[in-house]
Design a protein around this ligand. Structure first.
Ligand SMILES: [Zn+2]
Ligand SMILES: [Zn+2]
Length: 346
């Protein structure tokens, strides 16, 4: 079958690889109808995370179940499904509590040795371990393209917005309006927020968030702290969701939240370091919640229902629809920030 693989020198190429087979009785094979390129995929190209040449990339996909192992009961061949970007066992102590991103057998499709060395989803077919847990059926009224986002960024937005728990009379701000920030803006409104500021340096991203109802803040031209203070009688935002994963974005988030406010950190961190003055946090009585990876499985049914009701719509994010064979071009456009979201059709 054809698949997008990591090649030497930080490139991707589309090549023939062995088609996946059922390896464990809890597996399913999904014939992929749409896959997407994610910001995390670029980490491998830039050497920020290890991966072997020849490994199939990708963790965002939607498709049709083609085969199931003997112990799979919740999904049937022929069913349209979305794949969770991270793989959980569904039965360990953490999974039983719904904290599936902390699963004892945590893995990520197409993410190299730290992801459990599973072949990725940018391919004609993908093997999904613990299929009952990691596949969600798609209702007829939701098309493949929209459903794809339930496996990753859209559900992450709903997770971030749920942790933020914004009341209708509160002022929220989202720092960073990439795919996760954009989905968070939509989810905040869907869950009852009425006033949401969106902070980003990129005009295209601000425009997209503005169309979703956010009040745009150009972090290059104005000081976000001043803007939020002016909007709240000098207090600052009640809740800030940090959706970048950089020290600068984190510091901006702490700067623009009010005394007694909440900061929810959805952006992904690895080795970043920041200096913080504990007395400032203490005196300002701040609540800071690090979200970690989204426990997709605990939030994706709610996300799918909001999508089916038309209260969420990830489609405006899609800037490019390419064939799987054009994946290298898609990665380049995405890497050069010429694409907001690239879909690949095998
Ligand atoms: Zn992703
Ligand atoms: Zn588990």
């Amino acid at each position: 079958m054809r698949a997008v693989v990591f090649a030497d020198g930080g490139r991707v190429e589309v090549t023939d690889v062995a088609a996946p087979i059922i390896e464990r009785p809890t597996d399913a094979i999904v014939r992929v109808t749409r896959a997407a390129i994610c910001g995390t995929d670029l980490h491998f190209l830039h050497g920020k995370a290890p991966i072997e040449p020849g490994a199939v990339l990708g963790h965002e996909a939607v498709g049709v179940v083609e085969a199931i192992g003997a112990e799979v009961h919740g999904v049937r061949p022929g069913e349209r499904v979305v794949v969770s970007f991270h793989i959980a066992c569904g039965s360990c102590w953490f999974c039983r509590r719904g904290e599936t991103s902390l699963c004892e057998e945590h893995a990520i499709l197409g993410a190299g040795p730290f992801g459990g060395d599973l072949p990725g989803a940018q391919a004609e077919r993908v093997r999904v371990p613990f299929a009952e847990t990691n596949l969600l059926a798609i209702p007829d009224e939701v098309d493949d393209e929209r459903a794809l986002f339930v496996g990753d960024v859209l559900t992450t937005g709903v997770y971030g917005a749920s942790l933020a728990a914004v009341m209708p009379d509160e002022t929220a701000a989202v720092v960073g309006l990439g795919p996760v920030g954009y989905c968070t803006v939509q989810a905040l409104f869907a869950l009852g927020a009425t006033t949401v500021f969106g902070v980003d340096i990129d005009p295209a991203r601000r425009a997209l968030a503005q169309a979703a109802g956010a009040i745009p803040v150009d972090a290059v031209r104005v000081n976000p702290q001043m803007v939020l203070a002016r909007a709240t009688q000098d207090r600052g935002a009640d809740v800030v969701i940090e959706a970048v994963g950089s020290s600068t974005a984190y510091e901006t988030s702490v700067d623009i939240v009010r005394r007694g406010g909440r900061v929810v950190v959805v952006g992904m961190y690895a080795g970043e370091v920041t200096e913080l003055q504990l007395g400032v946090y203490w005196a300002r009585a701040l609540s800071v919640r690090f979200a970690g990876l989204c426990p997709t499985h605990a939030y994706w049914q709610q996300t799918m229902a909001l999508l089916a009701d038309g209260r969420l719509d990830p489609a405006p994010m899609v800037s490019h629809r390419l064939s799987l064979e054009e994946a290298a071009q898609g990665y380049e456009l995405f890497d050069r920030r010429l694409a907001t979201k690239v879909l690949l059709a095998p």
